[in-house]
Design a protein around this ligand. Structure first.
Ligand code: THU
Length: 165
């Protein structure tokens, strides 16, 4: 048996001034977008913002439904919106922020499995990394330099191609 270990880098930023102006803007927009969430069931509000290569910014928030599984996370709202409005423009970075009225959130949240898979799809498609910025309502920011780091040993279109051969 051979042991294989994985290592990923996560940058923890305590002081916003360490971030680039683009990253600060994206974080602030994601936090603002938590107020656009439709989350009457969980009352957990998530906002996101994507910076595109052409300088445009696309935003999103979580959208819930009385039929719970029909709801969708802020990250996927944002990524799908960016892809449908700007189909061939690369995504440079996505910021994700969460707000929970039951406690003041000074720590980051991390995307669920489905959102990681979707981010990975578009990262593979564009053949360039999507930087991921994670934060709470305020406080520190985690930076992950590419979606692949959040989803190692993933299933992708490469596997489908192999099946078809
Ligand atoms: N949610 C997101 O929008 N993004 C995440 O990264 C985690 C969870 C949403 C889904 C649901 O509307 C609510 O937060 C509670 O899970």
């Amino acid at each position: 048996m051979k042991k294989k270990s994985l290592c990923i880098d996560i940058y923890e930023v305590e002081d916003e001034n360490e971030l680039s102006p683009d990253d600060i803007k994206l974080i602030h927009l994601a936090r603002k977008m938590t107020f656009n969430a439709y989350a009457p069931y969980s009352e957990f509000y998530v906002g996101s913002a994507i910076l595109l290569e052409n300088g445009e910014i696309v935003t999103g928030s979580n959208q819930e439904n009385a039929a719970y599984p029909s709801g969708i996370c802020a990250e996927r709202v944002c990524v799908f919106s960016a892809s449908s409005q700007y189909p061939n423009v690369k995504m440079k970075a996505i910021a994700v922020a969460a707000r929970n009225p039951r406690e003041s959130m000074n720590y980051p949240i991390s995307p669920c499995g489905s959102c990681r898979q979707v981010l990975l799809e578009f990262e593979h498609k564009q053949k360039e990394p999507i930087k991921i910025l994670l934060t709470g309502e305020y406080g520190k920011v985690f930076i992950i330099t590419k979606a692949e780091d959040l989803t190692p040993i993933s299933f992708s279109s490469d596997d489908l191609k192999r099946l078809l051969l």
